[in-house]
Design a protein around this ligand. Structure first.
Ligand SMILES: Nc1ncnc2c1ncn2[C@@H]1O[C@H](COP(=O)(O)OP(=O)(O)OP(=O)(O)O)[C@@H](O)[C@H]1O
Length: 290
């Protein structure tokens, strides 16, 4: 693993280094990643040689027209799908070299995921949902660890509530607490505000930003929403399975929307992205993608 300790760009990196966890300067790297679905005439090439790296302690938004490959990129980067060609590295570890078990362990320990549809386990309380990734890894939460995680996301008084008793914004905050309880190298967010109203979305986006600025979390977020992308340090625009341009430095939603509009005009095809799992308790494993 080619990791090194660093104290920048945010204090959280220092926190984690002090806690004994190394912080890679490049937590996620894609090298010439291609992804093809199916074979022969009916095959679809979703990613066409994508080379991208993502810096530690930054938030990147991935945007592009429908069918441009955003979800596929996220799923390949997170080790949920295997590329047809090319390499993905998480914390310097090449995913293609890992067998299914090792990949599962790496996903569980080093990757957090939040989805548009929250993917909480409906039969479990907020606290049990947050603790789930630790339990699946065969660990118990430290004393007060789950309560502290819930408080951090403004849910200190909701620990015993089940998802059905929580608002959409509260459910997404439980999902965020669950995604970062393992201190992942990277947090992937797939349309995290897609099911929320504007006001609630802003609350969730501010929390994501706070994770980056105060805790050094690296975040990669797919979104259709220029307002959501404006919270990112960097916006990568995809078209037809390739990155075609980038915006840097907290561009306003109008500038991002204008770039998207230009891309939309040259978009090809449309997509039905893979649907995330949802369901009863034993889908908890799937819900945290471990
Ligand atoms: N499981 C699959 N089997 C076959 N084709 C797929 C599969 N998943 C995605 N595709 C195809 O790959 C291409 C990229 O899909 P992807 O879902 O990554 O795009 P997207 O940019 O996330 O789209 P959207 O914005 O509509 O969610 C599309 O042409 C899509 O039809």
């Amino acid at each position: 693993m080619t990791t090194e300790q660093t104290t920048s760009p945010a204090t959280g990196s220092a926190d984690r280094a002090q806690a004994g966890r190394t912080v890679s300067p490049t937590p996620v790297e894609l090298r010439a990643v291609e992804k093809r679905y199916g074979e022969g005439e009916r095959s679809v090439t979703a990613l066409r040689g994508v080379t991208l790296s993502f810096e530690s302690g930054t938030m990147t938004a991935v945007m592009g027209p429908s069918g441009s490959g955003k979800s596929t990129l996220l799923h390949c980067a997170a080790g949920i799908e295997r590329p047809t060609r090319g390499n993905v590295l998480i914390d310097g570890v090449e995913l293609g070299a890992l067998d299914e078990h090792a990949l599962t362990v790496l996903r569980r320990e080093r990757i957090g995921f939040v989805f548009q549809s929250f993917n909480l386990v409906s039969a479990l309380t907020a606290a049990q949902n947050v603790e789930l990734p630790l339990r699946l890894a065969g660990r118990r939460a430290g004393p007060g660890e789950v309560a502290a995680a819930l408080r951090r996301f403004g849910l200190g008084d909701r620990a015993g509530h089940r998802p059905g008793e929580l608002s959409g914004g509260q459910q997404q905050r439980v999902a965020l607490a669950r995604a970062v309880i393992t201190q992942p190298a990277v947090l992937f967010a797939d349309e995290p505000t897609g099911a929320l109203d504007t006001h609630t979305s802003q609350g969730v986006l501010r929390l994501l930003r706070q994770l980056v600025d105060e805790h050094g979390q690296s975040i990669i977020m797919v979104t259709h929403d220029p307002a959501a992308a404006s919270y990112a340090d960097r916006v990568v625009l995809l078209a037809d399975g390739r990155p075609v341009s980038e915006l840097h430095g907290h561009e306003g939603p109008e500038a991002i929307a204008a770039r998207m509009a230009a891309l939309e005009t040259s978009a090809t095809g449309s997509a039905t992205p893979p649907q995330p799992a949802s369901g009863p308790i034993d889908e908890g494993r799937e819900a945290v993608r471990s």
